[in-house]
Design a protein around this ligand. Sequence first.
Ligand SMILES: NC(=O)c1ccc[n+]([C@@H]2O[C@H](COP(=O)([O-])OP(=O)(O)OC[C@H]3O[C@@H](n4cnc5c(N)ncnc54)[C@H](OP(=O)(O)O)[C@@H]3O)[C@@H](O)[C@H]2O)c1
Length: 284
Amino acid sequence: MTRVGLIGLGRTGSIVARELLNHPDFQLVMSLVSPGSARAGLDIGEYLGIGSRGLSIKGGNHLESELTAANPQVIVDFTSPEACLRNIHLVARHEKPIIIGTTGFDSQQIQFLRMMALQNRAPILFAPNMTLGINVLMNLVIKTAEVLPNWDIEIIETHHRHKKDAPSGTAVKIGKLLADHLDRPEESISFGHERVGQRGPNTIAIHAVRGGGVVGVHQVVFLSENEKLEIRHESFSRSAFVECLEHLIRFAVLALPGFYTVEEVLGLVPPGKRRSSSTQADIA
Ligand SMILES: NC(=O)c1ccc[n+]([C@@H]2O[C@H](COP(=O)([O-])OP(=O)(O)OC[C@H]3O[C@@H](n4cnc5c(N)ncnc54)[C@H](OP(=O)(O)O)[C@@H]3O)[C@@H](O)[C@H]2O)c1
């Protein structure tokens, strides 16, 4: 059994904890929340409503002692950029591989994580989007754009009515990837169409649809005078990313020190050849 330490037990961390607590190959040995959190001290199973599991949730101020006492083989982080950057020093000092699922880092912070990975004696896996299908979709849209560079590109994302940000970070990331690979300025990315006159040839338009309980749909539509090609991904459940996380955990415990992106771990880009977007700010 691989011993996993989880930092963050919010909306996403709770989904991950449930999966890990019931997983045949992984053992959740550490669960941290923010220092002083009301959740600290509770049994994680009781907190998640799945019955006591004998593992108590600790405040983030116990990270050092937990790394020693629980001795996890890999850390999974779903917190915030500030919390992650604060905690990663201790994780590095204990030479633990870390999978960063947290999003919202700016490009300087990502550069800092890269630098840290060069000095560390353990790998850093940077995974702002852990949905397997979305990572494959990103690969497919780049290939399509390279073959059909003059077709019009429209990105449509649909999410539940509660989603706070629009457009989704993933849609913006797809737009940036395409602009990057088609050598178009970021200004070519427009949010919806609001102007007089016809569509610009270089425009990459992003549209957000909000409603109901839709977990997440991303469509990338390529249009020419005579044809339309659509690449579409739909998440059916909020734990769509857990399958990818399993891949990442298995990779992290065996990986050499270094900075890895999801694309590399999934073999979507050759090791060391990164998509330029992985240096840009990732958007939540
Ligand atoms: N990579 C992906 O595919 C993916 C998928 C979903 C979400 N995410 C990202 O994951 C992150 C978390 O999302 P969420 O919706 O779960 O947020 P959330 O509900 O706000 O949960 C954040 C968690 O982090 C904990 N935390 C905050 N500061 C901490 C510290 N210093 N030490 C330890 N724990 C600390 C919080 O503790 P308390 O419980 O005490 O407040 C809370 O449990 C976001 O960046 C989100 O965009 C990524």
